[in-house]
Design a protein around this ligand. Structure first.
Ligand code: ZN
Length: 432
C-alpha cells in the first residue's frame, strides 16, 4: 500500500482555490503544479480549431464579479468564492432592480449553505450563484443593485496535459481525468490527483510494465473530443480506459461499469474490492456521466470504468461549494488510489499470448520445462506448474487472454503469468 495522503492533502490546498474552466490560465496553472508530480507534456488546441462537430471556443478571462447593494456594500464577491459567478459569464456593468436581477441568481433551497456551480460555456449569458441563506438575507424586493462582471473572451487555447508511460508492449490503457472545475474537491480534483499519483506510481515501476499507459488531463467533454479527434488512430487501439473522478469523499466506494459489462475490467474491479473486503455499489453503464461518453462512442467503444467514493450525481454536495476540503481528504483519495494500483496490476498482466508451436505438443524436456519430480503443486494453489504450462500451450492461440484462461481454470492469473513469462523467454509463446 502506498501512502500519499499527506502530499495529496498539500496539493488539494494548493489546487482548490484556482479558478479553472474549460480553458484558460487557471488550467495552465493547474497543469504546471501537476508537473511537480509527473513530467506532463502540455498540448495546446487553438481557439477556432474544429474537432469533429465541435469548435474550440474562446478563452474566458474573468477579472472581477460582484454585486453591491444600494448602500454601495459588496454583498457578493467572487474573490470570496469563485463559484459565485457563472463559469463563462458575459460582462455586465449595470444598476438594476431586484426583479431584474432575480432572473440571474441561482441558489439551492434544499441546501441553504451551499453555493451552486453553474456554467454557460456555449450560451452567451451572465449570472451569479449564491447560497439560499445569502439570497434570503441580502436581497430584497424593491431594492436596487449594482451588478458588475468584468470578463473577456479572447483567442487562446485549450490545454491538455499528457503523459505516455511506455511498457514492454505498445498496447495501451487510457487513464483520463478532467481539470475544468473551479473550487470543488471531489468533482474534479480528486480524480486529477488520483491520476497524477497513479502516474507517479507507474513511472516508478515502468521497467516492469507489460502495457503502456496514456494519461490525459483534459477539460471534460470538449477536451476528450479534441484529444480523440487528434489521436484517432491511437485511441481506436486502446484496450481499456479508466475515467478518474469523484473518488475522494467520505462515502461508500463503488464503480461504474463499462459499456460491455462482460468486459473483464468489470470483473477485475470487483475482485479488487472483494480482495480488500470492501462492500461496493455497482453503477451500471449509462450514457450520462463523464468522458467515458466520448471514449465509448461508436467509433472508439473503449470499455472504461470509474471507481467512485461519493459518485457524481449521488452525493448531496455535488456541484456546490460544500464539495470542499472539509468533505474531501487526502486519505480517501489515497484509498481509491490504492484500489486503482491493484486494478492496474491485474490489467497489466492480462496478456494475450500465441503459441509458436501450435502443431502437436511441445517437447517440454527439450526446453527444460518438464519437472524433474512430477506433480508438485505450486505454493498456495491446487495446480502444478506442469499443468499450467500444458493449459497455456493448449489455450494460447492469440484470441484468449490470461484473465479468461484464469477464469476457465479457476487459477490465479499471477500464476499463469509467471509460467507464461518463462514460455515467452524460451520462445515458445509470443505476445499477440
Ligand atoms: Zn462536474
Amino acid at each position: 500500500m502506498t501512502n500519499y495522503s499527506k502530499e495529496i492533502d498539500e496539493y488539494l490546498q494548493q489546487l482548490f482555490p484556482i479558478t479553472r474552466s474549460i480553458m484558460g490560465e487557471g488550467n495552465r496553472k493547474t497543469l504546471k503544479i501537476l508537473q511537480e508530480i509527473v513530467p506532463l507534456e502540455i498540448l495546446e488546441y487553438p481557439t477556432g480549431k474544429d474537432v469533429y462537430t465541435w469548435t474550440i471556443p474562446k478563452e474566458w478571462k474573468i477579472k472581477e464579479a460582484w454585486i453591491k447593494n444600494s448602500n454601495g456594500e459588496k454583498i457578493i464577491d467572487m474573490l470570496e468564492c469563485n463559484l459565485h459567478v457563472i463559469n463563462y459569464a458575459q460582462s455586465i456593468n449595470k444598476k438594476m432592480s431586484f426583479s431584474e436581477l432575480k432572473e440571474h441568481l441561482h441558489y439551492l433551497e434544499k441546501l441553504p449553505d451551499a453555493i451552486p456551480y453553474r456554467t454557460s460555456y456555449y450560451n452567451a449569458n451572465w449570472g451569479f450563484c449564491v447560497s439560499y441563506n445569502q439570497y434570503q438575507e441580502l436581497f430584497k424586493e424593491g431594492e436596487e443593485y449594482e451588478v458588475y462582471i468584468d470578463s473577456k473572451f479572447i483567442d487562446g487555447s485549450l490545454s491538455i496535459g499528457e503523459l505516455l508511460i511506455e511498457g514492454k508492449s505498445k498496447k495501451e490503457y487510457l487513464i483520463s481525468c478532467y481539470l475544468c472545475h473551479p473550487s470543488m474537491a471531489n468533482d474534479s480534483l480528486s480524480g486529477v490527483l488520483t491520476a497524477a499519483f497513479l502516474a507517479k506510481e507507474l513511472l516508478a515501476k515502468q521497467d516492469q510494465l507489460e502495457h503502456s499507459y496514456r494519461i490525459v488531463f483534459i477539460p471534460e467533454t470538449i477536451g476528450a473530443v479534441a484529444y480523440l479527434a487528434t489521436h484517432e488512430e491511437t485511441m481506436k487501439k486502446v484496450k481499456n480506459g479508466l475515467v478518474l473522478t469523484t473518488c475522494g469523499g467520505p462515502g461508500q466506494l463503488g464503480y461504474k461499469q463499462s459499456l460491455d459489462k462482460e468486459n473483464s475490467i468489470n470483473a477485475m474491479i470487483e475482485e479488487v474490492f472483494t480482495e480488500n473486503g470492501i462492500e461496493f455499489i455497482t453503477y451500471p453503464f449509462d450514457i450520462f456521466g463523464s468522458d467515458e461518453r466520448q471514449y465509448s462512442s461508436q467509433g472508439f467503444k473503449i470499455n472504461c470504468v470509474t471507481i467512485s467514493k461519493d459518485k457524481y450525481y449521488e452525493y448531496d454536495y455535488y456541484h456546490t461549494s460544500l464539495d470542499n476540503l472539509d468533505f474531501v481528504k487526502g486519505k480517501y483519495i489515497n484509498e481509491t488510489l490504492n484500489l486503482y494500483v491493484q486494478l492496474i496490476e491485474k490489467m497489466d498482466k492480462n496478456i494475450s499470448y500465441k503459441s509458436l508451436y501450435p502443431n502437436g505438443e511441445v517437447m517440454l524436456s527439450k526446453y527444460d520445462l518438464y519437472p524433474k519430480t512430477g506433480g508438485a503443486l505450486l505454493p498456495n494453489s491446487n495446480i502444478s506448474a506442469l499443468s499450467i504450462i500444458l493449459w497455456l500451450l493448449y489455450y494460447c492461440d492469440g484470441t484468449i487472454d490470461l484473465y479468461e484462461i484464469s477464469n476457465k481454470l479457476q487459477v490465479d492469473m499471477q500464476l499463469l503469468y509467471n509460467e507464461a513469462v518463462i514460455l515467452e523467454e524460451k520462445l515458445i509463446l509470443e505476445k499477440n
